[in-house]
Design a protein around this ligand. Structure first.
Ligand SMILES: Cc1cc2nc3c(=O)[nH]c(=O)nc-3n(C[C@H](O)[C@H](O)[C@H](O)COP(=O)(O)OP(=O)(O)OC[C@H]3O[C@@H](n4cnc5c(N)ncnc54)[C@H](O)[C@@H]3O)c2cc1C
Length: 405
């Protein structure tokens, strides 16, 4: 077992660390750089993105031939964690959700270079944003798309005609390229199909930008209505009936990249708490000298490292060609909890200040609440995990992966 990073990955990791420290944290500290949705202002973002490109830190997950760094997924884990030391870090390097997951899945699904040039390259270049539209309001579902998706894409000659509703679609208000999953038949296993459509295509609209508890990605989370959107058959992804497979290909690595970023945020909470408890005195001693405070910090540190091991293990399995479904589920459940706990612990140790907007902690605390919902609620991942254990028995514990893509 060799846990050292390769010299190339370690080089990008340390360069990312330095970039975030020098170029991104100062922006984060100045509230005038925030937009009305508590994200980095787009003009400020454009300037720092140009610097990230010049520093050779752009799109760590994309192939070198397309302008990225071509890192393996283990490399993403190391770099994304550093990037999300700042709440603005991932978007500055073009590795933030939802573009990150959309780029990864399009890079895998699109085999034709012309299709990649058209649908993927502008996202990699940071010229446009993208969105992934799967979840539906009741009576549709997010947790059980295979069983309960209602949005229909009906084949009519060389086109599909789409009708239905989606909601909580990240980035939709600002996105140009959309990946859509819709029902093409009632087959329980092969009823869904994936498509691409463009913002300017007629037959769909944004019903509303949904107001949420948390700070927002650029483009928010939106509700969409499809009222006769026509999609040419050439913009279907894979074959008819492959929609669930595409969903897994999109969400598997995307869940893991959430974990990578969330670990960076959790470490940031601990970093802020650490600094504060050394300075803050009460009852004749600094908070850092109190054993009860040390226990709180130690528990979070241990939980974060457990999350790093789960995440890195799953990343390594995917790099070996596995699906790592159960490992990704374990990482997702654990790291979503850790992020929440890290933010909650830091907030508690800051006292009233932690509840204010004077520190970054309350931002992370509100953001963290969505972690147990997005890309599969924690309960659904637990269900999946139990199914894997029931199916695999003692093989559940085998090192390496039994599932190949
Ligand atoms: C900030 C944010 C961004 C999002 N971005 C996107 C996006 O870009 N694209 C997209 O398609 N979706 C997106 N979503 C939707 C997200 O993926 C769904 O919320 C999630 O999959 C859960 O689906 P649901 O909300 O329909 O909950 P439901 O399916 O209605 O489930 C509700 C709750 O029921 C419980 N539950 C469900 N199934 C089980 C079970 N089998 N066992 C036990 N308990 C269960 C869970 O506690 C779950 O939270 C986003 C959501 C949020 C909050």
């Amino acid at each position: 077992m060799d846990f050292r990073l390769s010299p190339e990955i370690e080089g990008v990791r340390t360069a990312t660390q330095a970039f975030i420290e020098a170029e991104v944290l100062p922006l984060e500290a100045d509230r005038s750089n925030y937009d009305e949705y508590e994200n980095i202002r787009l003009d400020v973002l454009a300037r720092v993105r140009a610097k990230a490109k010049a520093a050779g830190l752009w799109a760590p997950q994309m192939p070198k031939a397309r302008g990225g760094l071509g890192l393996p997924i283990v490399g993403w884990a190391a770099v994304y964690e550093e990037a999300n030391r700042s709440i603005f870090g991932p978007v500055c390097l073009n590795c933030a959700a939802p573009d990150d997951g959309n780029m990864s899945v399009l890079n895998r699904l699109l085999t034709d270079d012309a299709m990649k040039d058209k649908w993927l390259q502008p996202i990699i270049d940071g010229e446009i944003q993208s969105a992934f539209a799967m979840t539906e309001p009741a009576p549709g579902s997010g947790s059980d798309p295979g069983g309960m998706m209602l949005t229909r894409a009906e084949r009519k000659g060389d086109r599909y005609v789409v009708n239905g509703r989606k909601w909580f679609i990240s980035g939709a208000a600002a996105a140009t390229h959309f990946i859509l999953v819709a029902r093409t038949s009632d087959d329980p296993r092969r009823g869904l199909t994936g498509f691409l459509f463009h913002r300017s295509d007629p037959g769909w609209r944004i019903v509303r930008r949904i107001k949420t508890l948390g700070p927002e990605e650029h483009g928010g989370v939106c509700e969409l209505a499809f009222e006769g959107l026509e999609i040419p058959v050439q913009q279907r992804l894979l074959d008819e009936g492959d929609g669930l497979k595409i969903t897994q290909m999109r969400l598997g690595p995307a869940r893991l990249t959430h974990c990578m970023r969330w670990l960076g945020l959790a470490k940031r909470c601990l970093e802020e708490a650490d600094r504060h408890v050394k300075d803050r005195k009460a009852f004749g001693a600094s908070l850092a000298e109190r054993e009860s405070v040390q226990l709180m910090l130690a528990d979070v540190a241990r939980d974060i490292h457990t999350g790093r091991l789960l995440t890195m293990h799953a990343a390594w399995l995917i790099d070996q060609g596995g699906l790592a479904q159960k490992e990704v589920s374990m990482a997702k459940i654990h790291v979503a909890d850790v992020l929440h706990r890290a933010a909650d612990t830091a907030l508690q140790l800051f006292g009233a200040k932690g509840y204010s907007k004077d520190t970054v902690i309350e931002w992370i605390y509100r953001y963290a609440r969505a972690a147990r919902l997005v890309d599969g609620a924690s309960e659904v991942h637990r269900m999946v995990l139990a199914r894997h254990h029931g199916r695999l028995g003692n093989d559940f514990w085998r090192w390496g992966s039994e599932q190949k893509v």
